[in-house]
Ligand binder design. Structure first.
Ligand SMILES: Cc1ncc(COP(=O)(O)O)c(C=O)c1O
Length: 471
């Protein structure tokens, strides 16, 4: 294992990103696709994920902050690129000089971009945003006629070109929510008003990942997909990632830092919220809330260790947490897999979202900078993608879910002061033990045939595998 990634790493499979972009494009065949890579590519690394998305046909990239867009240009991206979250005095001129589309939601922003374009001696590319009901950024419908008329005047004066009209959904992840059709109605009306003002935008767009997956009438000219390109479902109501042929790109794993026998009644971690139910083996996972592991998942977060799903025993601390292995054994250095695609028996980021009372988006995005991102390509490296220490038979994701429904999962031990066994002790499922050595189901890859080969190669021992890492 590379020294930098020795403690823990977030392994990002760029082939999964490419496959996800292709799957999302298939859902919106009449539209272009913008890969949203804000917040460092939802924690996956903006630059490598942007490159992968471009390769798979993303004709646009999108970021929230202008600085994020400028960083993509500095990394060599030359394609269509848009950023949308501005405050007065932002780096308008640099962004205009770099041919980045900017979002404008009000007259103050129109004034600033017009001045920047004049100073740069360039024509700014401006996308006007209408608030169709989200209540966040965007021009209120009442002010839209004035904004579109002012933008048209600036366009006629040569300062800018209105390249897009766009908006954002509030509840697209709740299919059937009445706000969805209401927002589409307002959007269509806003497009008519823009047209009447003389604007001829190249792209009209409103669809995020859930709308891309479930609402063809919202695709217009462009879909702006974020979470889907990282292979995570926007919400259980929309469906699972597998329902849409999406594959989670990130696997978060760490090497056990301590394994020791302790007697029954031993308190675990701050506050002693977990007491060992009997003599047992405790394993220490060297990741904590400083690394983005939510403290809210104390007593509930799922982890694959020594071939089984365990639950975090007691509190998650800043740098570490403990799992109770019960009667099982492990060695210092064995891998704990917090989340991954889920098809090798490990939990997913969505499982962590549920355990922590949040969403998969937050879980992956908040993985901290102390955790190196290690890039693999399960397509091009012959399926390199190792889940170490899990070669033995293990509980499947589905089996765990069934177990949980029966109320016997370790999650019920959450934050309890009583002795509880944090192991989900299911029967060994030999049918699934081979899953570790097979290729990801939807990654177009040459399947590795030997689990240990895969594991060895997948550790990204070479420095090259770390290029682009955000650590
Ligand atoms: C304006 C905007 N568009 C698109 C997206 C992508 O949304 P999703 O990740 O649900 O695809 C986001 C993300 O929050 C966003 O803020």
């Amino acid at each position: 294992m590379n020294e930098t990634a020795n403690r823990a790493r977030a392994v990002v499979d760029l082939a999964a990103v490419r496959a996800n972009v292709r799957a999302l494009r298939d859902r919106a065949p009449g539209a272009e696709l913008m890969a949203v890579v804000k917040s460092d590519g939802y924690g996956h690394g903006a630059v490598p994920c942007a490159r992968a998305a471009r390769e798979a046909g993303a004709s646009w990239l999108g970021t929230a902050l202008p600085e994020e867009a400028l960083a993509l240009r500095a990394a060599g991206d030359t394609g269509r690129l848009m950023c949308w979250l501005w405050t007065p005095g932002g780096p308008w001129q640099r962004v205009v000089e770099q041919d980045i589309d900017v979002s404008v939601s009000g007259l103050w922003a129109l004034r600033e971009v017009t001045a920047a374009a004049r100073a740069a001696g360039r024509t700014a590319r401006v996308q006007l945003k209408i608030d169709t009901g989200l209540g966040r950024n965007g021009c209120p419908p009442a002010d839209w006629p004035e904004l579109t008329a002012a933008a048209r005047a600036a366009e006629a004066a040569g300062a800018l070109r209105v390249t897009g009209v766009w908006s954002h959904f509030a509840c697209a992840d709740e299919p059937g929510h009445p706000s969805i059709t209401a927002q589409l109605d307002v959007f269509r009306q806003a497009l008519r008003t823009a047209e009447s003002a003389g604007l001829r935008p190249e792209v009209r767009h409103i669809a995020n990942t859930p709308a891309t997956l479930t609402l063809p009438e919202a695709h217009f000219d462009l879909v702006r997909t974020g979470i889907g390109i990282y292979g995570i479902s926007p919400s259980p109501e929309v469906g699972t990632s597998g329902d849409f042929g999406l594959r989670p790109a990130m696997t978060l794993e760490a090497a056990l830092a301590s394994v020791k026998r302790v007697p029954g009644g031993h308190g675990v971690s701050y506050g002693h919220r977990y007491l060992t139910p009997g003599e047992t083996t405790l394993a220490l996972v060297p990741l904590g809330y400083a690394d983005g592991i939510p403290r809210h998942a104390s007593g509930t977060g799922p982890v694959l260790v020594a071939g089984k799903w365990r639950t975090v025993a007691g509190r998650i601390a800043m740098d570490q947490f403990v799992v109770d292995l019960g009667g099982d054994s492990a060695e210092v250095g064995d891998l704990a897999v917090l989340f991954g695609p889920g098809d090798r028996g490990e939990p997913t980021a969505e499982d962590w979202g549920r355990a922590a009372g949040t969403i998969g988006y937050e879980i992956v995005t908040r993985i901290g900078t102390r955790v190196p991102r290690v890039y693999v390509d399960s397509e091009r490296d012959g399926g390199v993608f190792g889940v170490h220490g899990a070669e033995e038979a293990h509980e499947t994701h589905a089996a765990h879910a069934a177990h949980e429904e029966n109320g016997t999962a370790a999650g019920t031990a959450a934050e309890t002061e009583s002795a509880a066994n944090s192991t989900t002790d299911l029967a060994v499922n030999s049918a699934t033990s081979t899953a570790i050595s097979t290729a990801p189901t939807n990654a177009p890859t040459t399947a590795p045939t030997n689990a240990s080969d895969t594991a060895t190669a997948g550790t990204a021992d070479g420095d090259t595998a770390l290029t682009g890492g955000t650590a």
